[in-house]
Design a protein around this ligand. Structure first.
Ligand SMILES: Cc1ncc(C[n+]2csc(CCOP(=O)(O)OP(=O)(O)O)c2C)c(N)n1
Length: 154
């Protein structure tokens, strides 16, 4: 079976540095095919489960939607480490919501896309367990009650 040595380090930034290296020295992150929703340079710790989970989920969603994707993100660690003002590590249209209203914001984005006839644009909302099942539960419940066309990821 063909195999490829896995490299656990990253040299330079994903967008530029890796691609300046010889192909043999680039990490898998540098492949041009990778959709790369969450860029390097954010402030999560190495190996942060939330950063990896979010990136894998959004990368998959980008592939599934042909990159026609907008995300709403509740206040929480994911928002804090990816978007220290005035920077952002997200490479998709991304909107920061309050701690408790990411589902409502996502609903609004989906409604706006519907009105504009952009039915091919899909919407994702993401939040931590607190933003989802504690302070945000009313907003989430409303989203399900209305059967809004949003994928919510806790
Ligand atoms: C109304 C309101 N109360 C409190 C806060 C402070 N606050 C910001 S993030 C956060 C906790 C987020 O926890 P969780 O949703 O589980 O996400 P995590 O950061 O763990 O990923 C709190 C209490 C806030 N931003 N807004």
């Amino acid at each position: 079976m063909p195999h490829q040595q896995v490299k656990f380090y990253q040299t330079g930034t994903l967008t530029v540095g890796n691609r300046l290296l010889d192909e043999a020295h680039r990490t898998v992150q540098a492949t041009m095919d990778r959709s790369n929703s969450l860029d390097s340079g954010h402030r999560a710790c190495q190996g942060c489960g939330e950063a990896l989970g979010a990136r894998y989920a959004i990368d998959a969603a980008m592939r599934a939607t042909n990159n026609q994707l907008i995300a709403a993100n509740a206040t929480g660690c994911l928002e804090v480490f990816t978007t220290p003002y005035p920077e952002s590590a997200w490479r998709i249209p991304w909107m920061h919501s309050l701690f408790g209203n990411a589902p409502s914001v996502a609903t609004g984005i989906a409604a706006a896309m519907r009105v504009k006839g952009r039915e091919n644009v899909r919407v994702i909302a993401q939040g931590g367990d607190g933003g989802t099942t504690d302070i945000g539960f009313g907003s989430l419940s409303g989203m399900f009650e209305r059967n809004d066309d949003v994928l919510y990821i806790c």
